[in-house]
Design a binder for this molecule. Structure first.
Ligand code: HEM
Length: 199
């Protein structure tokens, strides 16, 4: 990693400090604040159209990134040489690490808030329950194993003595689980269609 201060993190706090340095501080601040604040602003506006737009924007972003990651970037990264892979991951991993978890919370939070503003929780339809269950599964996947894999990837990239074998193995596991994530995302978008038509 190019920034002089960055090395293999020894604890969680150091890992996030190095990630923010690697991704640049303004990126880190924006990546965390924008997806978390937009749903709050949408909800407080009291205007469900504003909230709908926030939800659509964040949802489309998450879905698009999941498809791109699982179908294009993952396989491409897997086919690169060790050095090229590490170099690509250096720019990619810290930014994705900082951005995607807030985006996932923002999508689920804006969805729950939107359903509230539309009065849907008064008598939830099967689609709404299904969306909620799938959202919980997606968050568990994202904050659990996917997070562990990407944190491990960051540690290897930040280290002077990158363990390329571990990096490749984490990459592979991440690629497989991102396929599961993609399936859950497709299912949740199907429930969105169900919500739209009142099912
Ligand atoms: C990956 C997660 C999600 C994505 C990509 C997503 C995407 C979308 C999209 C594209 C729409 C517009 C289609 C439509 O009008 O129905 C929508 C609407 C909606 N979403 Fe989501 N959503 C997600 C999660 C959630 C969750 C977890 C909830 C609530 C538990 C939720 C609640 C809603 C509601 C209430 C609408 C409006 C439905 C209507 O217009 O009748 N969403 N979502």
């Amino acid at each position: 990693m190019s920034l002089a201060e960055i090395r293999r993190p020894t604890n969680r706090r150091e890992r996030y400090r190095f990630m923010a340095l690697a991704a640049s501080k303004p990126f880190a601040v924006g990546a965390i604040l924008v997806p978390l604040l937009l749903p709050v602003v949408g909800y407080l506006s009291g205007n469900y159209r504003a909230m709908f737009t926030v939800h659509l924007f964040l949802g489309a972003f998450w879905f698009g990134t999941a498809v791109l990651g699982a179908v294009v970037l993952g396989p491409v990264m897997g086919s690169l040489s060790e050095e090229a892979n590490a170099e690509f991951a250096e720019g990619f991993v810290p930014r994705m690490n900082l951005l995607m978890e807030p985006v996932s919370v923002g999508v689920v939070g804006s969805g729950i808030g939107l359903a509230d503003m539309m009065g849907l929780w008064a008598s939830p339809t099967p689609s709404l329950w299904a969306a909620l269950a799938l959202a919980v599964a997606l968050l568990v996947l994202g904050f659990g194993p996917l997070h562990t894999f990407t944190a491990g990837m960051f540690d290897e990239i930040a280290a002077e003595d990158t363990d390329h074998e571990r990096l490749a193995s984490l990459n592979k596991k991440y690629g497989m689980l991102s396929m599961v994530e993609l399936l859950l995302m497709i299912a949740i978008v199907a429930t969105m269609s169900g919500l739209r038509w009142g099912f």
